[in-house]
Design a protein around this ligand. Structure first.
Ligand code: ARG
Length: 460
């Protein structure tokens, strides 16, 4: 017989390097606390329901509690010989309390055990993600309110399009992070489910009480199909997918901060504490942290694709392939928690240069739509107004002059509907302030929206 916990029907021993390939302890040790938590709830129920003698249940529970203390004190060591966190814990428990430890695995399989541990692991950490998101959203709201009146060029195709409020720009990200928040909220629903009790795949003949275990572990719901309970990794896929969308949002904003802190733009300046220098070029101030957030999106997407691919061909129920679900999920959790924190710090300390933003609106044609709208308001069909302004822009480009630099007579040569009040309309600040349509960039709108957004945060 092999000396493995499951070794009864084996005569041969695997070499250590083979064991190493099969083992998951190298990463699933991170679920040690969850494994003990799940085992405690299970054994309590076994005792209560009289499935094992209450005295045995108590002895096992006491041993598990000691292991919890030793884990917290950093005193537990695990070995590849025992394959994964579940078998390592069982071996440690056996060392501590003797063969009675073997009763813990009554009415349980590692299949429902690992699913339970993994659910608990994600369930315990989603609130931290949501709390970091809330912090970031708070920073955005505050900055948007304070900078509602800062006017900058808005871009489409990376070309100057129309002037916007910098606060409006910030609140666009608030909305994206709000959707992220709601996605993680929904993610909680599918994570907050108890697989334990499904046993290997088919349920168990023992009179277990899954409600008691669910209650003990704080699960909101219970899997109602034992095959699904041990085969489902949707909650992890949803997490990876939500994390991918979130880091895509962070990455887009990071890209703008990188671009805007370049010499050519100079709209913003990152704080020293969120930049790095160059080992050769003394003048350099690099946006390394923004770049890393942009770069780490690759790893996050990769892990989503990885798990989708692992799952796609798996017949029901458990297959060892599913052991590959954890390392990527753990890494993504660590990465997005850190990325959110860094990003928030970077944003909160960011210096902006409103004068640079304003200067880049001085000689551009981002007020061309204003003139077209002005003519349309005077009864000229918008298409025709568009053509009139197009001709004026061409003239401006040829003569290197902005629309406001042209005299009234020059403007009137293109349309007799143009009057002296046109210059006011061409002012970028006025262009922003007149966009009072719902969701528009008017400064008053931005202030109102920042109050609405603050109220959303206050309800959390
Ligand atoms: N280490 C395994 C995993 O992470 C635990 C479940 C093993 N179950 C089994 N039947 N081999 O998936």
């Amino acid at each position: 017989m092999s000396d493995k916990l499951w070794g009864g029907r084996f005569t041969g021993e695997a070499a250590e390097w083979v064991d190493e390939f099969g083992a998951s302890i190298g990463f699933d040790y991170q679920m040690a606390a969850e494994d003990l938590e799940g085992s405690l709830a299970h054994v309590k129920m076994l005792g209560q329901e009289g499935i094992i003698p209450p005295a045995d249940a108590q002895a096992i529970a006491a041993g598990l509690q000691e292991l919890q203390e030793e884990l917290a004190a950093g005193q537990l060591t695990f070995t590849v010989k025992n394959e994964d966190i579940h078998l390592n814990m069982e071996a440690l428990l056996t060392e501590k309390i003797g063969p009675v430890a073997g009763k813990l695995h009554t009415a349980r399989s590692r299949n429902d055990q690992v699913a339970t541990d993994f659910h608990l692991w994600v369930k315990h950490r989603l609130p931290a993600v949501m709390s970091e998101l809330t912090t970031l959203q708070s920073t955005l709201v505050k900055l948007a309110k304070d900078n509602a009146a800062v006017i900058m060029p808005g871009y489409t195709h990376m070309q100057h399009a129309q002037p916007i409020s910098y606060g409006h720009y910030l609140l666009a990200y608030f909305e994206m992070f709000q959707r992220d928040y709601e996605r993680f909220e929904f993610n909680q629903k599918h994570t907050d489910m108890l697989p334990l009790g499904a046993a290997a795949l088919a349920g168990t003949t023992f009179p277990i009480n899954r409600q008691v275990v669910a209650h003990e572990l704080g699960f909101d719901a219970i899997y109602h199909n034992s095959l699904d309970a041990v085969s489902d990794r949707d909650f992890a896929l949803e997490f990876l997918s939500n994390a991918s969308i979130l880091i895509m949002h962070l990455s887009r904003m990071a890209e703008e901060l990188i671009l805007w802190s370049s010499y050519e733009f100079n709209y913003v300046e990152l704080d020293d504490t969120f930049s790095t220098g160059s080992s050769i070029m003394p003048q350099k101030k690099n946006a390394d942290f923004a770049e890393l957030i942009r770069g780490k999106s690759g790893m996050v997407y990769g892990n989503l694709m990885g798990l989708l691919t692992v799952m796609k061909g798996l017949p029901l129920a458990y297959n060892k392939d599913m052991q590959e679900d954890k390392a990527g999920t753990f890494a993504v959790m660590d990465t997005i928690l850190a990325a959110l924190k860094v990003f928030n710090g970077m944003l909160a300390t960011l210096k902006i240069h409103p004068e640079k933003m304003a200067a880049s609106l001085e000689n551009d044609f981002s007020n061309a739509t204003e003139l077209a709208d002005y003519l349309a308001n005077k009864g000229i069909p918008f298409r025709q107004a568009h053509a009139i302004v197009g001709a004026l822009v061409l003239k401006g480009l040829q003569e290197k002059r902005s629309l406001t630099a042209m005299s009234l007579t020059e403007l009137q040569e293109h349309s007799d509907k143009i009057e002296a009040d046109v210059y006011q309309v061409l002012d970028p600040k006025v262009a922003v302030d007149r966009r009072t349509s719902l969701g528009g960039t008017a400064v008053a709108n931005v202030i109102k929206e920042s109050q609405r957004d603050q109220a959303i945060l206050d309800q959390r």
